[in-house]
Design a binder for this molecule. Structure first.
Ligand SMILES: [Zn+2]
Length: 524
């Protein structure tokens, strides 16, 4: 199994195609080109499916760690798994989040706050949804225990690293496009922090386990999967992968006492013998198959040969063929799925995505429109519909695109690609100020404060004072300024990491040259 470093290096498909789940392959423009930004965007919007996504932010990229993978179906599954467990454990189900990271290591962790990160390697290693439920229950135990933000002296330095880097990574987390840099910074901090935590993790692991037992039992979910997963990690098969790097076994030391204590507690619970909800299991197998098709197309077509006509197999092959450049085969796999269920929103999304990225945006509109509607306007799907409408280059479609994209970014403002599409429309309408504001949103989500600040300043010059857009542009300038200052503080003094943690010293040595006049909206 590749190390984090190799996976992060961008040499594999997975790193380069991280955005593939969610949106098109669009070649990233060279930042300093003389061509106007939106002319480039417009041209690039037409370049579908043929070019690889280049990792963003080369200029800021000192460690491109794992990126977040965004997919509506996956996120919905995570939410439906975590919600009942959080509730049973006394957490607010609406404030916890589970984010999928593209990293082959078998790991899951909590960095700060209420977000659980599950790495793609863990999904691949999990045989069933019950194993994932166990892992998530345990991680929620860390959320509940506040382990990541504990202020005990032993943890101070470790959390310092994490939070400091989270400031830089926060906006880029789960952003999909261009999230690499932000996630990289975050992951590097997390890695460092994890090292510190190992020394005193026995107590926190034990209380997270106790939380898991309570949450699983309270939610009526068997602890069998949790135990099976731990036992599996103890097997020879996984040992190399685990102890070589930052995987679950290392971050969550697996002593036999721990496993024994868990087993006793879990078996006592009446939920122990409860069978898994078959629907949830089926959803997990779909998500796992599509993930394998996405991150490892070659393996996917071996694991799911053509003779396998199950839904997960069609799913895996559809993604693998699409990614491998076989649009016709990909389309027929999508059609096979739709033959089983013509109105499944995620099958429709897949069909639309294959058509859109295969250069047929017009044909993609109908399936994406239905997918949007049947999914209850899930923002990532709606954004793809917006993308298809824009990509038709037909101005008759722009009003709908604008409406769909605006609704999408309102409901999920972690989608830089939707802002990018919206910017194209504003530009087409001749509204340069709003085009710049959209651009500022996008850069800010991509973890690129310098470009975000520039675009927001351009927007401010053309936006009416006192309007919500004016306030938004001002916010972006201020946030970007803070991020830049923080980043420089951190880099200039690596031994004094705590400083970066406790926020931005205003006007600190890292702050860009900046005057209050830059914040005055000057549009008519
Ligand atoms: Zn743990």
């Amino acid at each position: 199994m590749a190390s984090r470093g190799a996976a992060a290096g961008g040499s594999g498909r997975s790193a380069r195609f991280h955005d593939w789940f969610r949106a098109g392959h669009v070649k990233r423009p060279a930042m300093n080109s003389l061509m106007s930004r939106f002319t480039r965007l417009l041209m690039l919007a037409l370049v579908l499916a043929t070019t690889a996504w280049q990792p963003a932010l080369a200029q800021d990229d000192d460690d491109s760690g794992p990126s977040a993978l965004r997919d509506s179906e996956t996120e919905l599954l995570f939410k439906d798994i975590a919600g009942p467990l959080a509730k049973a454990g006394g957490l607010d189900p609406n404030s916890v989040r589970v984010v999928l990271l593209n990293d082959p290591e078998i790991n899951a962790f909590v960095a700060t706050g209420q977000t659980v990160y599950v790495q793609s390697g863990l999904i691949q290693a999990a045989d069933n949804v019950n194993e994932l439920q166990g892992v998530i229950a345990h991680e929620l135990g860390h959320v509940s225990g506040g382990d990541a933000i504990r202020s005990a002296s032993g943890a101070k330095e470790a959390t310092g690293i994490t939070i400091a880097t989270m400031v830089l990574g926060a906006l880029a987390i789960a952003a999909g496009a261009g999230g690499d840099a932000g996630m990289g910074i975050m992951a590097a901090g997390q890695q460092a922090a994890t090292g510190k935590f190992l020394a005193f993790s026995r107590a926190t692991e034990s209380s997270a386990d106790q939380f898991a037992v309570r949450a699983l039992g309270g939610a009526g979910v068997s602890g069998k999967g949790f135990l099976d997963f731990f036992k599996k990690l103890q097997n020879q098969e996984y040992r190399l992968a685990i102890y070589a790097t930052d995987s679950y076994g290392r971050t969550h030391p697996l002593s036999s006492e721990r496993v024994q204590a868990l087993q006793q507690a879990l078996q006592k619970d009446p939920a122990w013998s409860k069978p898994t909800d078959p629907q949830l299991e089926a959803r997990f197998q779909r998500v796992k198959a599509k993930l394998i098709g996405f991150i490892d197309p070659k393996h996917a077509v071996q694991k799911y040969p053509e003779s396998d006509q199950s839904i997960p197999a069609h799913y895996a092959r559809a993604y693998a063929y699409h990614l491998g450049g076989y649009p016709d085969k990909a389309e027929s796999e999508a059609d096979a799925l739709l033959a089983k269920d013509p109105h499944d929103p995620f099958f429709l999304e897949l069909k639309g995505q294959i058509l859109l990225e295969g250069g047929k945006p017009k044909d993609a509109i109908a399936p994406l429109r239905e997918a949007t509607q049947r999914s209850g306007n899930m923002p990532l799907i709606a954004a793809m519909l917006g993308h298809a409408l824009v990509a038709t280059e037909d101005s008759k479609n722009f009003a709908e695109a604008k409406q769909v994209l605006k609704a999408a970014v309102n409901r999920d403002n972690e989608n830089p690609f939707a802002w990018y599409q919206l910017g194209i429309i504003y530009d087409r309408e001749g509204d340069q100020a709003r085009a710049s504001l959209a651009s500022a949103e996008r850069f800010s989500l991509e973890g690129n404060p310098r470009q975000a600040m520039q675009s927001a300043r351009t927007a401010i010059a053309g936006i009416k004072p006192g309007t919500p857009d004016c306030l938004r542009a001002q916010d972006i300038v201020m946030a970007a300024r803070g991020e830049l200052a923080n980043k420089k503080n951190k880099r200039s003094d690596d031994d004094d990491r705590q400083q970066g943690l406790f926020g931005v010293k205003s006007g600190g040595k890292g702050a860009d040259k900046f005057s209050q006049g830059d914040l005055v909206c000057r549009g008519a």
